[in-house]
Design a protein around this ligand. Sequence first.
Ligand code: 13P
Length: 336
Amino acid sequence: MHRETARRMVAPGRGILAMDESNGTCNRRFAALGIDQTEEQRRRYRQLLVTTPGLGEYISAAILYDETIRQTTDDGTPMPQVLAYAGVVPGIKVDIGTTALARHPGEKVTEGLDGLRERLAEYADLGARFAKWRAVIAVGQSRPSRGCIEANAHALARYAALCQEADMTPIVEPEVLMDGDHGLRACAEATSRVLGRVFAELSTHRVDLSGIVLKSNMVVPGLDSDERPSPAEVARATVETLGEVVPPNVAGIAFLSGGQSDIDATVRLDAMNRLFPDAPWTLTFSYGRALQRAALETWAGDPSRVEDAQRRLLHRARANAAAARGAYDPGMDEAA
Ligand code: 13P
């Protein structure tokens, strides 16, 4: 089952909607737009996303947060059921966030293994078919450290094994962050070291690679770098880096958007699929910000703008689904 779910999640020409922002992150984005930071507003916003007409045409799966998986739409239907009816596989973020890694200034480790077996069973009862765990890796002077890479890779592997034991598909997400002024080369090196270690740990922990989805960062310069690589340069650096360390039997790779603009995230994914049509894995998206940004800004808490916001979400989903096939037409965004 975990293999079959993985295949559905990375089915060609569709991608994953990351809507698993913690309450803290969701509230920060709401605050910036003057939206009330209440459970009810978060429910209305997530309802807007999951009830978008036609979502399932471009979106294969959606990652929910603990609060959302327990919520219902106005008519009382649980959120995971709304997604399943729309042909979108529901999943759940199961890590409980990051904490400072002791004796490693500026580095973090992700927590949430304690009691995870029991929590996975509960989430499966609530309708989740896959899970997500995100590790964050900072790049900078003498970072990432060996301690940071090993601690996070070990946790990712233990999480992934627990998911497969529960017949749920793990999204394995080691995110090399865009914060900083490092160049593309430094991102490539960090990504390569991190993924190398992650796959070593996954193997040690007997994780079935054809039943995981790798959620990776693209290989890009830091947000404060002066480098401005072309989409083709990012595509090449990313696929070449991944090609050296990601085994070909991994079900698929779904990229996160990190701090990229909506258009960059689309154009770079498109370039990868155009330049590497024969890559061993499906290359698709699992975007949070790059799918939701325009929709959230359009809604801004106003019930009369729900349909407009849903159109914005569907537009980005369609553009990225096209990019997942290497068939994105920039005209789609000029017209919008
Ligand atoms: P972004 O695409 O906004 O980076 O979010 C994806 C995600 O799930 C981060 O964990």
